[in-house]
Design a protein around this ligand. Structure first.
Ligand code: HEC
Ligand code: HEC
Length: 292
């Protein structure tokens, strides 16, 4: 009897493993096909300013849009992950130094990466959130490029990115923006202007940076990855809907909620939201409170 049970459990486990292997091979093959695709988009040009106010604004944008969280504070490259199930995820060196892309990038190359999610050779950029940057206004795009172009040169060659099984499966299930190029409306022209006065419109514009995680309706949902906390609803109907503006500011700047809970910056990037100005946080607060 015991032997029979063991034999049958062996067959069942073996079959399950085999099926898992076959499905994974299929998923991995499909994702590789999408990663190896080549894209071509018409080159775009905009004037790039060189004055110190625009460059300082560009620096601010690289902080609040998370560029420095991935590419490093000096933008000379950063390792986002390097372990087995995830893979090796490296954000490249953007300076003019050896191993950096700065020296060979023209305005059209910067715009192609930020607006279309592809490298100058047409290769789709992996995990680089261009679907958030494509909706930035022309002024914001120009200021980011102005800042990036004058970064001090740093010599650093980053390793190439190797996407592991967890990322492949999550990308296949559309749980992770591995290929932002697929999420972009490439026919949409550059946004001419965005409201820059404090208020709901500016808050909505800024909330694009929250939408990857809190979803476009800001109502949150399932955890973004296995082992992570669920993503909370941050509209008027969620917990932060009851917070005062001061409590909202404190949470986004220190990661400590009004209930005294410390949010981990790996889950909720408060090190990024800490960089928002009072005007920007106030606008986000007004926008989120306007949503039911
Ligand atoms: C979530 C992490 C993340 C954020 C945020 C991010 N990047 Fe990236 N970026 C990457 C990764 C990863 C790559 C490399 C993708 C690849 O090679 O497939 C990349 C690639 C690039 C490239 C193309 C380099 C090349 O190889 O030609 C440029 C330019 C760039 N990023 C600029 C920016 C700027 C500017 C910002 C902010 C506005 C930004 N990135 C924000 C992760 C990020
Ligand atoms: C990388 C994903 C990610 C991004 C981007 C992100 N959040 Fe979060 N946020 C989370 C997660 C996950 C939590 C829950 C963390 C926990 O419970 O430990 C959270 C928690 C919060 C909380 C606390 C809510 C509560 O009920 O305690 C607020 C407020 C918040 N986020 C606002 C924002 C705003 C505003 C933005 C955009 C400017 C933003 N988040 C961007 C993932 C993200």
């Amino acid at each position: 009897m015991i032997r029979k049970i063991l034999k049958w459990s062996g067959i069942i486990i073996g079959t399950v493993l085999l099926l898992a292997l076959i499905s994974y091979s299929f998923v991995s093959y499909r994702i590789s096909g999408r990663m190896n695709k080549h894209y071509q988009f018409a080159a775009e040009q905009i004037p790039i300013p060189a004055d110190s106010v625009s460059i300082a604004h560009g620096r601010h944008l690289t902080l609040i849009k998370g560029c420095t969280e991935c590419h490093g504070d000096n933008m000379a490259g950063g390792l986002m992950a390097d372990d087995f199930p995830l893979g090796r995820l490296a954000a490249p060196n953007l300076t003019r130094g050896a191993g950096g892309i700065g020296a060979r990038y023209g305005t059209q190359d910067w715009l192609r990466t930020l607006r279309h999610g592809v490298a100058p050779d047409g290769r789709p950029l992996l995990l680089m959130p261009s679907h958030e940057f494509t909706v930035l206004s022309q002024t914001d795009l120009a200021d980011i490029v102005a800042y990036c172009r004058q970064l001090p040169a740093v010599d650093q060659t980053m390793p190439s990115t190797k996407v592991g099984p967890v990322i492949r499966v999550m990308a296949y299930l559309d749980k992770l923006p591995l290929l932002p190029v697929e999420k972009i409306n490439h026919d949409a022209p550059i946004v001419k202007t965005a409201d820059t006065t404090e208020g709901v419109a500016l808050g909505k514009y800024l909330s694009i940076s929250c939408s990857n995680c809190h979803r476009s309706d800001m109502k949150g949902g399932d955890p973004l990855a296995p082992g992570q906390p669920p993503v909370p609803n941050i509209t008027a109907s969620g917990e932060p809907g009851r917070w005062t503006k001061e409590e909202f500011f404190r949470t986004l700047r220190t990661g400590i909620t009004p209930a005294g809970r410390q949010l981990k910056s790996e889950n909720m990037p408060w090190t990024m939201t800490a960089r928002y100005t009072d005007k920007e946080l106030s606008s986000l607060y007004q926008y989120l409170h306007s949503l039911e």
